[in-house]
Unconditional design. Sequence first.
Length: 125
Amino acid sequence: MRIKEIKVEVKPYHEEIDEISKKIQEISEGKVNKKEEKIIFNSIKELRKFLTPERIRLIQTIKNKKPKSIYELAKLLDRDRKSVIVDLEVLKKIGLVELKKQKVKKRTTVVPKVNYNRINIAVPV
């Protein structure tokens, strides 16, 4: 597994646009920095809506217990399978979880994966 860090930032939309413009300028000048993965939220309220305590626990369980299916993950969390699927879909959309299809005998299962070691959250003051 590759080691990577995901940066989560909270910043207003106009600052995000300014940063994108600066990166485009740097690329056009041939200045290419290392790739950085980050997810940007426009407010702390929006961040809290996505990174709930249950979703953080879900991420940690995937990382530490390495469940072989969504069913196994739901059992480890002592949660309803359907609610775990909803949370996984949200986390997949923002890039915090991967869902890999795997063939086991005649059955296909979905294996949740977390391929990073840390989430850094930056909040401007």
